[in-house]
Design a protein around this ligand. Structure first.
Ligand SMILES: Cc1cc2nc3c(=O)[nH]c(=O)nc-3n(C[C@H](O)[C@H](O)[C@H](O)COP(=O)(O)O)c2cc1C
Length: 138
C-alpha cells in the first residue's frame, strides 16, 4: 500500500550541503531499487525527511535510517497511506534552507517564522505537512 513517513531528527553535526549530498549519494541507488521517493530537508541541526513508497518497504527503510549515527532524537510525525506521491520525480530530493533563492527563504521565513529573522523548522505535524507542501512548489 502506497504510504508516506514523515520524521524530524537532530543531526549530530551541523548540517551543510556536503552532508546532505553525502546522504543523497548513498540513498539514490537504494531508493531507486526500492521505488522510494521523497525529500530530505536540512537546516541548522534539524532534518525533515519524507519517505514515499510501499508501506513495509518505507517502514524497514525508516528503521534502518533511524540507526544512522549521523542523527538522533528522531520524531515520527506521520506514517499513513497516501493516494499519490508528492515527489515522484525524486529518489530523494535534497534541500538546504541556505541554498534556496533569497526570495524563497524570505517567503518561508515570513510564513513559518513571522516573528523571527531566523528560520526554524516547524515541529508540529500540521505545520510540517504544510511546509512539505510548500517544498513541492520549489
Ligand atoms: C537523515 C538521514 C536520511 C537518510 N535517508 C536515506 C534514504 O532515504 N535512503 C537510504 O538508502 N539511506 C538513507 N540514509 C543513509 C542510511 O542511514 C545508510 O547510511 C545507508 O542506507 C547505507 O546503509 P548500509 O551502510 O547499511 O548499506 C539516511 C541517513 C540519514 C542520516
Amino acid at each position: 500500500m502506497l504510504s508516506h513517513i514523515v520524521y524530524l531528527s537532530d543531526s549530530t553535526n551541523f548540517i551543510n550541503w556536503s552532508l546532505i549530498k553525502d546522504i543523497l549519494l548513498c540513498s539514490d541507488e537504494n531508493n531507486k531499487n526500492k521505488n522510494v521517493t521523497g525529500i530530505l530537508f536540512g537546516h541548522g541541526i534539524n532534518f525533515l525527511q519524507v519517505l514515499e513508497g510501499d508501506k513495509i518497504i518505507i517502514k524497514n527503510l525508516y528503521e534502518h535510517i533511524a540507526k544512522d549515527e549521523r542523527h538522533e532524537n528522531i520524531i515520527l510525525l506521520d506514517f499513513c497511506p497516501i493516494t499519490e506521491r508528492k515527489f515522484s520525480g525524486w529518489s530523494m530530493k535534497g534541500f538546504n534552507f541556505n541554498n534556496l533563492p533569497k526570495e524563497q527563504q524570505q517567503h518561508i521565513l515570513n510564513k513559518y517564522c513571522p516573528a523571527s529573522e531566523y528560520f526554524y523548522l516547524p515541529t508540529e505535524k500540521k505545520s510540517c505537512l504544510a511546509f512539505i507542501d510548500e517544498l513541492t512548489q520549489l
